[in-house]
Design a binder for this molecule. Sequence first.
Ligand code: HEC
Length: 123
Amino acid sequence: MKIICLIALLAFFLTGCYYDKAELTYPANISATCDTTAVKYSVDILSIMSANCYSCHSGTAVSGGGIILDTYTGLKAFANNGQLLNSVLQNGNVPAMPLGGSILSSCDQNKIRAWINNGTPNN
Ligand code: HEC
């Protein structure tokens, strides 16, 4: 009986330790996977935009004030006039986006900034 209790106790502590470690390493993994050196329009930017912005700013949506951001040309115009970055940084210069949603992660913000700094390539 004693040995069974010991094993149960040991299992409890071992799994406890496992989860502690997972928690500690998780934030480090997130920053390690935020790669802004090779941002692509077709991969990174499109996925950020479709997940957070297309509900209002795609061709058929009427809730985006007529601002169409689901084409390369449409998005590039707002990238070049500074409103795209200002809106997702929520710095007060233009209405904060995504409207009514939570602010983009700093990784997503940095990817958008990197894409703009690279000259908004259609890659
Ligand atoms: C719930 C709907 C909604 C979502 C989601 C949304 N927008 Fe908007 N957006 C609007 C509306 C409405 C406007 C019209 C401008 C206003 O609010 O004055 C706008 C305006 C804009 C503008 C022009 C800024 C200006 O001067 O008015 C930009 C750029 C923009 N949105 C970018 C984005 C981006 C990028 C996302 C995703 C991260 C996003 N929006 C998500 C509704 C939305």
